[in-house]
Every structure is written in structure tokens, then in C-alpha cells.
Design a protein around this ligand. Structure first.
Ligand code: ACO
Length: 157
């Protein structure tokens, strides 16, 4: 398994992985925008044939640095194909993105939203990576489920 920076020509593979894994899907423009605007903080995992089996798509918050809100990264979406799970791929993808957010953009923290019922992802964020719940956002998702808004400080690492 190879993990590397996402390129603009990966967006089809990333979108297809997303469609197989999550109900929150995005138009191609969204993937392109991220890959082109913040090219150093999104990563993919590929198999030996170069097929994308996992990705993390991230951004730097636009309003960062203004109004006293520190510069921070935000993970929009992460997923790993079912047969490649529990191999540590998501952990590696997250760590690479966090590292790049801190070193390239001087991001002070990273945020994300996750469904309250998503045990696997919460296990990854809270248990493995050390994220904390900043707040619960009621009915954040289209089907009415609450989101946990989570954060991890990138300072003093
Ligand atoms: N149950 C409990 N804990 C889990 C689970 C699980 N099913 N999966 C991962 N973890 C935790 C464990 O602590 C694990 O460490 P361990 O294997 O040593 O016990 C740790 O996370 C690291 O696991 P990885 O192997 O790195 O995670 P994986 O590559 O399997 O990917 C992911 C995890 C991305 C959540 C995967 O299950 C997935 O694609 N799920 C569907 C899509 C999804 O829910 N994405 C997140 C949505 S929120 C967002 O995108 C911001």
C-alpha cells in the first residue's frame, strides 16, 4: 500500500471511494476545488495497481486568522474501502494531513464533524488521534442526525 499526496487527477478515484462509503457525497467541483486550493494537505492510499482505496480530503478554513479565530485545518471527508480497513490507513492519512496543516499553514488546530453514531470514526479520532468533542451540533446532517464537532490541537507536538 502506498500513501501519497492527492493530485487533481485522483479526484475521480476519491469520489468513487466516497460514494461507496459515506452518505455525504459531493459534486466533482468540490473535490477539484480542494485539490487545487490546498494541494499539500489531502492524501490518498493506493493499492499495487494504483487504485485508490482510501483518502483524506482537507481544507484550511477560509476565515482563519481573522476575527481572532486561529488558522485551522478542517477534515471534510475521510474513508477507506471496506476490505482495507483496520490496517492503520486512516490513521496514517490523518497524521500526514495534520502534519502538513501544522508545518505548511501553521494551523493551530484541526476540526471535523462526525455522525454521533459513527463508532469506527469516533474510535479513530478520539481513541487513536486524541481529538476532543468541542460541541454537539443538533440535526447537522440531512437525515436529522446530530454531529459531534471535534477538535485536536496541533500545537506543542
Ligand atoms: N470500531 C472501533 N474503532 C475503530 C474502528 C471500528 N470499526 N475502526 C477504526 N477504529 C479505531 C481503532 O482504534 C483503530 O486502531 P486499532 O485498529 O489499532 O484498534 C484506529 O481507529 C485506527 O484505525 P485505522 O485502521 O487507521 O482505520 P481505517 O483505515 O479502518 O479507517 C474509517 C477508519 C475511515 C472510519 C473507516 O472505517 C471508514 O472508511 N468508514 C466509513 C467512512 C466514514 O465513516 N468516514 C468518516 C466520516 S467523518 C469524516 O469524514 C470527517
Amino acid at each position: 500500500m502506498n500513501i501519497r499526496l492527492a493530485r487533481v487527477d485522483d479526484v475521480m478515484g476519491m469520489q468513487s471511494t466516497n460514494l461507496q462509503n459515506l452518505p455525504e457525497n459531493y459534486v466533482m467541483k468540490f473535490w477539484m476545488y480542494h485539490a487545487m486550493t490546498w494541494p499539500q494537505i489531502s492524501f490518498v492510499a493506493e493499492d499495487h495497481k494504483g487504485r485508490i482505496v482510501g483518502y483524506v480530503l482537507a481544507k484550511i478554513e477560509e476565515e482563519s486568522g481573522e476575527n481572532g479565530d486561529p488558522v485551522h485545518g478542517h477534515v471534510n471527508s475521510i474513508s477507506v474501502l471496506r476490505s482495507y480497513r483496520r490496517l492503520g490507513l486512516a490513521k496514517k492519512l490523518m497524521l500526514l494531513s495534520q502534519e502538513a496543516m501544522a508545518s505548511i499553514y501553521k494551523a493551530e488546530y484541526v476540526s471535523l464533524h462526525v455522525r454521533k453514531s459513527n463508532k469506527a470514526a469516533i474510535g479513530l479520532y478520539k481513541g487513536t488521534l486524541g481529538f476532543e468533542v468541542a460541541q454537539v451540533e443538533k440535526k447537522y446532517y440531512g437525515d436529522g442526525e446530530d454531529a459531534l464537532s471535534m477538535r485536536l490541537s496541533l500545537k506543542e507536538r
